[in-house]
Design a protein around this ligand. Structure first.
Ligand code: AMP
Length: 277
């Protein structure tokens, strides 16, 4: 496994990697969710590259950029174990050279849900992903369904900018009790960790109600709200039942619909989603 830090080293090695190249962008502190992406990339491509870069431009000023968990040595050992061919761990100035001023602006899709709660978040995501695509030049790029809106934004950007690669969706990997794996789960204390399962329980409730014939999105949202509010440490940011394409809120559930939620458990903000239909 080659580990490179600069764009120059990357481009030299990239030229020798057998095609097709599968690419997994991450912010590190890897868990089984990330490794599922790497495994799928490995199964579907002749070579696999992974990037580890905690991207400052997708964090708001009062968010957790500085505290975001980092453990590069452990990450490298895990990636080596999966048979990764190349890891790109750029320092800040490789991605954002002095005077950098080439932003990818995201339209309406990026202003809903996570974008409404985290202004500028998707501009940062789209910009770093475009930069990484430009440097790594993958044939396929792997993203988790866990970040459903990020996937939509990246797919739209790839189509709008005519970037020639395939974006592949990988299902959400969960803990045995249903909590979606996330690097941020490490912030939870034992009591918060116990209550955090309520996100998955609320999504499961939505799926059950829909399965029983409930089509009124308002009814489903209210039942989910009531369930989450039973946990004293949980504070709802949003509960959304929206079109999977436009992310516009639905009054009547028409499949496929994206049910997505953001909930703070104590100080930790968690997101999760399921698709109905
Ligand atoms: P991050 O390091 O949080 O930026 O995540 C890197 C990639 O891993 C993104 O495409 C995420 O959607 C994906 N990912 C994170 N958690 C999970 C999970 N529990 N299941 C599947 N994919 C995930």
């Amino acid at each position: 496994m080659k580990v490179v830090k600069t764009a120059a080293e990357l481009s030299q090695l990239r030229a020798k990697m057998p095609a097709p190249l599968g690419f997994v962008p991450t912010m590190g502190y890897l868990h089984e969710g990330h490794l599922a992406l790497v495994r799928q990339a490995k199964a579907e491509n002749a070579s696999v590259a992974v990037s580890i870069f905690v991207n400052p431009t997708q964090f708001g000023p009062s968010e957790d950029f500085r505290q975001y968990p980092r453990d590069p040595l452990r990450d490298l050992a895990l990636l080596e174990g999966e048979g990764t061919d190349l890891v790109f761990m750029p320092p800040m100035e490789e991605i954002y050279p002095p005077g950098f001023n080439k932003w990818v602006e995201v339209g309406r899709l990026g202003r809903r849900l996570e974008g409404a709660s985290r202004p500028g978040h998707f501009r940062g995501v789209a910009t770093v992903v475009a930069r990484l695509f430009e440097l790594v030049k993958p044939d396929r790029a792997y993203f988790g369904q866990k970040d459903a809106q990020q996937l939509l934004v990246v797919k739209k950007m790839v189509a709008d900018l005519g970037i020639s690669l395939e974006v592949v969706t990988v299902p959400t990997v969960r803990e045995p009790d249903g909590l979606a794996m996330s690097s941020r789960n490490t912030y939870l204390n034992p009591e918060e960790r116990r209550q955090a399962v309520v996100l998955y329980q609320a999504l499961t409730l939505a799926r059950r109600l829909y399965g029983e014939g409930e089509k009124d999105a308002g009814v489903i949202r209210r039942r989910m709200t009531a369930l989450i509010q039973k946990e004293p440490l949980a504070a709802i940011d949003y509960i959304s039942i929206a079109s999977v394409e436009t992310l516009e809120e639905l009054e009547e559930v028409k499949p496929p619909a994206l049910v997505s939620i953001a909930v703070k458990i104590g100080k930790t903000r968690l997101i999760d989603n399921v698709v109905l239909g």
